[in-house]
Ligand binder design. Structure first.
Ligand SMILES: [Zn+2]
Length: 239
């Protein structure tokens, strides 16, 4: 049952702002949010914060605001730390599914490795620096991982793209697809894709594909080549 399930959110920025409130409204059993960032004034046009939150910790403030969204006795926990630190400190991350809405490849790849090792599906999301397109990738407990999809990002150690813009509209579209991805993992709703791309400008980039493992993948070992026709920008905006 949805009300028995635990979702771990990595990040508390623009994408998770469009995922976590919906999960609460839908009656999720528990939600854990990780983010070490503080709220800035420039976040308010797209993130679920208010002027009174400026300078405060995103993970803590988001949990406070989410209490009002709950229709069920959802257990809400916020940790003001990155995934790296949470793993190092032994924070309980044994959810039924994780949702990754961060802005950097090192954290994405760590999430891919960590949750694959623990048999937990991860829903990854990102939007482009131009805020016109984005993707959702559902990494299952087995099958292709994020490293199969973006092999060049596996060893990317950069934390790029400070201050790049993002818009609430693309975040909302991608966030909605991610919530659906969570539902397919938890509730068995039908999903004939692992990789979903969407472009607001036109439909040329829109797709819903089942990716295959990449035999050269250094994360999962792979099985067959993944075919990527339109890789997302490697430098998505600050989320
Ligand atoms: Zn892989």
């Amino acid at each position: 049952m949805f009300s028995d399930r635990h979702v771990v959110c990595i990040g508390a920025g623009g994408l998770i702002s469009h995922v976590a409130p919906t999960l609460c409204r839908k009656g999720i059993g528990a939600l854990t949010i990780l983010d070490d960032d503080e709220v800035e004034a420039s976040n308010l046009n797209r993130q679920r914060f208010y002027a009174s939150d400026i300078g405060k910790l995103k993970a803590i403030q988001m949990v406070r605001h989410l209490r009002r969204e709950c229709i069920h006795a959802t257990r809400l926990t916020g940790h003001a730390m990155r995934l790296q630190e949470a793993i190092g400190r032994g924070v309980d991350l044994r959810g039924d599914v994780a949702v990754c809405g961060v802005d950097n490849n090192p954290t994405r790849m760590l999430a891919s490795r960590y949750f694959r090792e623990h048999g937990i599906p991860v829903v990854f999301m990102a939007v482009s620096a131009q805020a016109d397109h984005g993707y959702v990738f559902v990494q299952g407990a087995d099958g292709p991982c994020l490293g199969c999809l973006f092999p060049d990002a596996v060893d990317d150690e950069r934390y790029p793209c400070p201050g790049t813009p993002a818009m609430a509209d693309i975040l909302q579209v991608v966030g909605s697809l991610a919530v659906y991805g969570v539902d397919t993992c938890l509730m068995g709703r039908s999903r004939e894709w692992t990789y979903r791309t969407i472009n607001l400008t036109d439909g040329a980039w829109d797709s819903a594909r089942m990716m295959r493992p990449n035999p050269g993948c250094s994360i999962c070992g792979g099985g067959a080549h993944a075919a990527i026709e339109h890789p997302i920008d490697r430098c998505p905006p600050q989320l």
